[in-house]
Unconditional design. Structure first.
Lengths: 363, 276
């Protein structure tokens, strides 16, 4: 029972919980205690150290900025203004707070306020929906478009938009890169004739892809009034991130074990059977390595692309906060940074787990 | 070219009459293999002639690099013929096909499939009309014959090298080929496993009597399994050096053969050839 639990825990990448499970069953107390020390206590200590360093760095920056402000007030308006400024900063009055790297506690406060904001907005949304439910039913019956909520998106909504964009882009990358990769991988002629294209486009910056997609999508959606920012951003994400999958698929398909191919030849498998029964399964591990890279690249470029495409996701959240320059903007940006990092990490973990499923040489 | 080589050696067919030719399963005539290199052509095989009868087990022995594997892969159709021709039951071969089953040196199973699915892959190809149940029965029969009753649903990647090669044997027999080609199938195994697998192979072969051509480095293996041992000269321009008939009765037991007087005679003959 517990062995199964350990297996599952290991499989989903939470292997550090293993000594806790073992210890709770009373197995090898000493060994498991040192394991806990190594796998749980030490990482926790490193997190604590990180926060301490951050705190002291933020304090130092805060003091520098505060001194600068006081000095500026002194130079421009004299001793009295300087004293007032010092008192004002001391009292924590919002209007005169130095704007610099926020401290961990400020970031935490911003995080909570963002969550609260989300609750308010979603309550708003729900109320709006209830209010318009009857009217919308009537409108749909009359063949009109229903009224939709057009208020400001909350932080959580923006996260969801970003995740949707990344998945749409990721799916696009799969649908483009895998079939093309298989076809190119199968034919050496095609491989050498198309290689230049891959080599040239692979290093192109996400921003340039966005502009290219923008040129095309703008023309195509000229006469429809749909919001094209989502389309533009997910296509750009797909195009930026598909290269890893493409290259890996080509490599996987072109390096299938020669003996296995000989077996397929002796059995006279048809081309379709050969691709689906032999070539694809045997290159699946490499394809998945590519997909994992693709997903992490997609998440990374997404922020930059959303920022430029004005798609309502995390990227534009960061950009708006930066432009906003409100007192808690800086700490909101840091919150976004952590959220981006953690979601990226989780996505990678999910891919790693799927990859473990499909790879056939487990050890 | 095929016509020419036929005209060149009509003697074999007319000399012994129809009865003789109908017994020939595999016929290599004036076989040649050339690999072009920057320094000029490298001739691996030349003027190679060999007739293998129905229900005959032939082992081929020779030094490494003499072109044994090249010859076998040409028979399998995996390697193009430079000159001469290869026919199975007087029909010249065209590329690879399931009438010539191959057991490769490495087991070459699809690691993502179960043992049953691995065997099934070929069986489905050869018996497309058969019902799924029938095909499964064929696969299970041969897998049991090689001693894998309990491993039908194990992934091929979970099996040991020796077990994998057993699947390879089952896979080759299950498609009921006319000729079985074995390219040093036990070369990668330890000697204990090798002995076991030789027994497995010869037992299933005694039942099926499929014409077999097997390459080996092992003199004892060559004698134990074969009706005839074909010795190849060292390359380049390798050809058949000598052929030794092994007259032990079948079914053979390893113990009885080792104790037989002729065994050492055969062994000396082969070793003399290889060492000269």
């Amino acid at each position: 029972m517990s062995d199964k639990l350990i297996k599952i825990v290991r499989f989903i990448g939470l292997g550090f919980l293993e000594p806790v499970i073992r210890l709770s069953r009373g197995e090898e107390t000493k060994k498991n205690l040192t394991d806990i020390l190594k796998k749980i206590v030490a990482p926790l200590a490193s997190i604590l150290l990180f926060i301490l360093l951050w705190q002291s760095g933020a304090t130092a920056l805060f003091n520098t900025e505060a001194e600068y402000r006081i000095e500026k007030a002194f130079n421009e308006q004299g001793q009295k203004a300087a004293d007032e400024m010092a008192v004002c900063i001391e009292s924590g009055e919002i209007s005169c707070q130095p704007n610099t790297l926020p401290s961990p506690s400020q970031v935490n406060a911003s995080f909570n306020s963002l969550l609260k904001d989300h609750k308010v907005i979603s309550a708003d949304k729900k109320a709006f929906k209830e209010k318009t439910a009857a009217l919308n039913k009537q409108r749909i019956a009359e063949g009109k478009d229903p009224i939709v909520y057009t208020g400001r998106p909350s932080f959580v909504d923006q996260i969801i938009t970003s995740i949707k964009t990344v998945f749409a882009g990721f799916l696009l990358a799969i649908f483009i890169a895998v079939p093309i990769g298989v076809v190119i991988g199968l034919s050496e002629t095609l491989r050498s004739s198309i290689n230049w294209l891959i080599q040239i486009f692979k290093p192109v910056s996400p921003v340039v892809w966005l502009l290219l997609v923008f040129m095309i999508v703008k023309t195509l959606t000229k006469d429809s009034d749909t919001d094209s920012s989502f389309i533009i951003s997910f296509i750009s994400v797909g195009l930026c991130s598909m290269w890893a999958t493409l290259v890996n698929t080509v490599m996987g398909v072109s390096t299938v074990d020669k003996d296995i191919l000989n077996v397929a030849k002796v059995l006279k498998l048809g081309p379709i059977q050969k691709v689906f029964k032999v070539i694809l399964p045997s290159s699946l591990p490499l394809i998945f390595t590519g997909l994992r890279i693709t997903l992490s690249v997609a998440w990374m470029v997404l922020i930059a692309i959303e920022l430029l495409a004005q798609s309502p996701g995390l990227g534009s959240f960061v950009w708006e906060e930066f432009q906003n320059g409100a007192n808690d903007s800086n700490s909101k940006i840091i919150v976004a940074m952590f959220v981006i990092g953690i979601i990226g990490f989780l996505l990678d973990r999910i891919m790693l787990t799927i990859q473990k499923f499909v790879s056939f040489n487990k050890d | 070219m095929a016509l020419l080589s036929k005209n060149k050696r009509p003697d074999i067919i007319t000399e012994n009459g129809i009865e003789y030719t109908s017994k020939v399963m595999l016929d290599l005539q004036d076989l040649k293999k050339v690999y072009p290199t920057p320094k000029g052509d490298y001739v691996v095989l030349e003027h190679l002639n060999l007739q293998i009868m129905k229900e005959e087990f032939v082992t081929i022995i020779g030094h490494s690099g003499c072109g044994k594997t090249t010859m076998l892969s040409m028979i399998a159709g995996l390697n193009p013929i430079s000159d001469g021709r290869i026919s199975v039951l007087s029909t010249p071969i065209k590329g690879p096909g399931p009438d010539r089953g191959v057991i490769f040196q490495s087991p070459s199973l699809m690691p993502w499939l179960t043992t049953l699915e691995n065997v099934m892959l070929g069986v489905r190809q050869v018996f497309p009309q058969a019902k799924k149940k029938q095909r499964e029965d064929i696969c299970k029969y041969y897998l049991s014959k090689v001693g894998l009753e309990g491993s039908f649903y194990k992934k091929a990647s979970e099996l040991s090298q020796g077990m994998q090669q057993r699947v390879g044997i089952a896979r080759a027999f299950a498609i009921k080929p006319k000729v079985l080609l074995l390219d040093e199938p036990f070369g990668m195994l330890d000697s204990l496993t090798r002995g076991e697998l030789q027994d497995v192979l010869i037992e299933i072969w005694n039942k099926e009597k499929i014409t077999a051509v097997m390459i080996t480095h092992d003199v004892d293996e060559a004698i134990f399994l074969a009706d005839r041992v074909v010795m190849m000269t060292s390359g380049p321009r390798a050809k058949i050096g000598d052929i030794l008939d092994i007259d032990f009765k079948r079914p053979r037991s390893r113990k009885a053969i080792i104790e037989h007087n002729d065994y050492y005679k055969y062994r000396k003959h082969l070793i003399d050839f290889l060492e000269h």
